[in-house]
Design a protein around this ligand. Structure first.
Ligand code: FE2
Length: 428
């Protein structure tokens, strides 16, 4: 076995293994075991802290990110005003500005240990300036971040003139995933028709599907049923994702008891976007006010893989965000009331292993032979990482250190007590 380039010593792994050394050679994990006898030119003492594979964001809008305030702020904070505001911004978009903002966000992401993103790209503008800019970004970030692009017809493939043609042109340019927005088409029937057309397009081209699906509080928005049915009809099992699925929150329980097995049978994936949907849904409610997030624990119990997405960051729909998938999982945990230890671990998996599976990432994980894409956190386990939204102390991509952040620690000077330094909010 060749000498490793790098060894991480005394790491704790997300599955609970303690005292592990991780040897890295040629950008891949060479060995994972306690007290490896090998030595390496670079060795890092992890001091019993958590080493995880990188965070993965299964749902984002990189073409809109960091545009907060351009040309104005979303005053109502609603989804529909956000879509209208994006419509005002679109004619002003330039290739250079789109690339500059997207690259800035990717820098934030890497600093947060987020090394893979699936981004929807609006294909509604016939200029396709967003598509060309995001393909450019994809090429530029490839050495340090896996960016997967979805052709997303924000204005509807049937509702907007040329919507389907523009989406097909985006696929011809190299966009890798077929998107959709059936609940935004003019009628339920046209929404279902859009699902059929887009799934057939994906089947013809051998592409995956990821649709914005039922992002509404209307319990009768049931396009996920059509999506699951088309998945089975066209043999697309394991290649189709329903994003948002917020109407499921409001659906009748009897109907959901029939829907979830259908989704599981079709091997459809689900992506919840907790930061965005806790702020956008229930806007027509007085009190009680619905939370609006889809039924995450119930889907997991049916064996439906669920990931959490950031969705938006400082854009027409959401004024906050920082590329931190621990923030996303922390919110999901609260909204879904996933507070038991096993459920909290599932929340960590929903921003790491689950989205890696949905994106079909090659060589992801901590097994021997996987890419040496690793994050050292200032936390002892996934639950503490969530609780503290722990500092990402070091981030490696293919065995190369790409980001470092100093540990979070306070110094206390309390009356009647000796000064204390290096105070961290850990019980470890
Ligand atoms: Fe979205």
């Amino acid at each position: 076995m060749p000498q490793p380039d790098l060894i991480l010593r005394n790491a704790r792994l997300p599955d609970g293994r303690e005292g592990c050394d991780i040897a890295v050679a040629d950008g891949r994990i060479q060995a994972v075991a306690p007290a490896l006898p090998a030595t390496a030119p670079q060795e890092v003492d992890c001091a019993g802290q958590l080493v995880s594979p990188p965070f993965v964001d299964a749902h984002f809008h990189l073409d809109a990110t960091l545009s907060y305030g351009i040309p104005r702020i979303n005053a109502s904070g609603t989804l529909l005003e956000g879509i209208a505001l994006w419509g005002e911004l679109k004619p002003r978009l330039t290739h250079e500005a789109l690339v500059e903002r997207a690259l800035a966000y990717c820098d934030w992401a890497v600093g947060r240990g987020l090394l893979a993103i699936r981004s929807h790209v609006d294909t509604s503008d016939p200029r396709l300036v967003t598509v060309e800019a995001m393909l450019d970004v994809q090429r530029r970030v490839a050495p340090y971040l896996d960016l997967q692009l979805v052709a997303f017809p924000q204005d509807g493939v049937l509702r907007s003139p040329g919507g389907l043609d523009n989406l097909i042109r985006a696929l011809d340019l190299g966009v890798q995933v077929v998107g959709g927005i059936p609940h935004f088409e003019r009628t339920m029937a046209e929404g279902a028709e859009s699902v059929r057309i887009l799934c057939e397009l994906a089947a013809e081209r051998g592409l995956p599907v990821d649709m914005h699906c039922d992002e509404t509080d209307d319990p009768l928005s049931r396009h996920i049923e059509t999506l699951a049915c088309e998945t089975q009809r066209l043999g697309l099992q394991g290649r189709v994702t329903g994003s948002h699925l917020t109407s499921m929150h409001s659906m009748d329980n009897y109907y959901v008891s029939k829907l979830l097995p259908l989704m599981a049978e079709a091997q459809v994936y689900a992506i919840a976007n907790p930061l965005i949907n806790i702020t956008l849904q229930g806007r027509h409610d007085t009190y009680p006010k619905r939370r609006g997030m889809t039924r995450v624990p119930e889907m997991l119990a049916h064996g439906i893989p669920v990931a959490f997405g950031q969705d938006c960051c400082m854009d027409p729909w959401y004024s906050l965000g920082s590329g931190d998938m621990l923030d996303v999982a922390h919110m999901a945990l609260h909204v879904a009331q996933m507070t038991g230890p096993a459920a909290m671990r599932q929340c960590f998996e929903a921003v790491t292993t689950a989205p890696a599976r949905i994106l079909g990432l090659d060589g992801y994980g901590l097994e021997v032979g996987c890419h040496a894409d690793l994050v050292l956190l200032q936390a002892r386990d996934p639950i503490e990482a969530l609780r503290l939204r722990a500092t990402r102390l070091k981030v490696w991509r293919r065995g190369r250190l790409v980001a470092e952040t100093p540990p979070a620690a306070a110094s206390l000077r309390l009356p009647g007590r000796p000064a204390a330094t290096g105070f961290a909010l850990s019980r470890g």
